[in-house]
Design a protein around this ligand. Structure first.
Ligand code: FAD
Length: 316
């Protein structure tokens, strides 16, 4: 199979859709229903997120943190395999540092290789709203550490020091980028410096955090090109789909909602009206990005599959 950067290299703009594994594994049919709704738009690949969404920390006497994980959304690998099997689509499971030891990650990579799933998105993982990101002992601290692990296993090098032949189909991977800067980065230049390290370590492409003002994307693109990053930059689009998201999205994802959009959302009386507005805004954003020549549009479907379908319908 083509890797993602090959799959998206021609003159037209492609689509990818990002789905969440159902909470506590209930049920794969929710995922299938979303794909049934979106598959007519010929997605080049489907992303499946990975989560460790409730983290409880307790501080021990010596000041180190113990992390207890609850309520995971299990099955990123299984959901990816089920989609690949049923729809014959390219799948891109996310692999995260947060909540997984390198040994657990190695096991997941072995399973993925065995299943013939070789395109990954490598991430650090969301930080806890209460505590920020605190790696447990031995856990990777940054996405670059995970990239190094994947590069090692591609060469057939395992954590226990054993060595096999290099993988026939090595993993290829993308990474995350932040047009409005990652929340923990002191400034955008520093964030781009670390982004370049991820690309230099082998990332084939970058998918951005959601943004609602295309200008932010264009400025970011200019800055990363000036910094010498040449891989494809794929914009992430999330249609606003509920009144509550006006506060929630900036809070959780540290992104700005432009006043022109916020003012219109405030006028909405129901979530249905917000969805219509979010769809309209998404169509406008997508059209402008396509005109700009982006290689692909990455849609976050979370709580907005219908909006994403309507946007795709309008621009397909
Ligand atoms: P990193 O690249 O490790 O960067 C994290 C921060 O550390 C940045 O501020 C960076 O500038 C800084 N930094 C990086 N390397 C170093 C270094 N060596 N020294 C000092 N500072 C450094 N989260 C999930 O939990 N599950 C998902 O499935 C998921 N999917 C996502 C998909 C996309 C497209 C995007 C954009 C984000 C996704 N996230 C997901 C969120 C992501 O995990 C968080 O934003 C996380 O806080 C950062 O991840 P990262 O891979 O960008 O981290």
């Amino acid at each position: 199979i083509d890797h993602i950067n090959q799959a998206i290299e021609n003159k037209t703009t492609h689509f990818s859709f990002e789905l969440l594994p159902p909470r506590k594994g209930n049920s794969i049919y929710k995922v299938f229903n979303t794909i049934d709704m979106l598959k007519e738009f010929d997605p080049k690949y489907i992303n499946i997120t990975s989560h460790c969404d409730e983290v409880i920390f307790s501080e021990s006497a010596n000041g180190t943190f113990q992390k207890k994980l609850t309520n995971k959304r299990p099955g990123t690998v299984a959901v990816a395999a089920a989609i690949k099997n049923k729809y014959k689509l390219t799948v891109v499971p996310h692999v995260i540092c947060q909540g997984f030891t390198p040994e657990e990650t190695e096991n997941a990579l072995i399973d993925l290789n065995f299943l013939g799933i070789t395109d990954l998105l490598l991430l650090r993982g969301d930080s806890s709203p209460r505590h920020g990101f605190i790696p447990i002992e031995g856990e990777h601290k940054y996405a670059i550490d995970l990239i190094n692990q994947v590069n090692q296993i591609n060469k057939g090098e395992y954590l226990d020091g054993t060595q096999t032949e290099a993988f026939d189909s090595p993993f290829s991977f993308g990474v995350a980028g932040y047009p409005e800067k990652h929340e923990e980065a002191p400034n955008l230049d520093s964030d781009i410096y670390h982004l370049k390290k991820k690309v230099d370590a082998g990332a084939d492409y970058i998918v951005t955090q959601m943004f609602f003002d295309n200008q932010k994307f264009f400025e970011f693109e200019k800055k990363i090109r000036e910094a010498g990053i040449t891989v494809p930059l794929i914009p992430g689009i999330k249609p606003i789909s509920a009144l509550s998201q006006l506060n929630l999205l900036p809070q959780v994802f540290k992104v700005d909602i432009p006043e022109a959009l916020a003012a219109e959302v405030r006028k909405c009386k129901t979530n249905e009206q917000v969805k219509e507005l979010g769809t309209e805004w998404g169509i406008h954003q997508s059209k402008e990005l396509i005109k700009h020549g982006v290689p692909s549009l990455h849609f976050y479907t979370l709580m907005a599959s219908n909006c994403v379908r309507d946007i795709a319908k309008a621009i397909y």
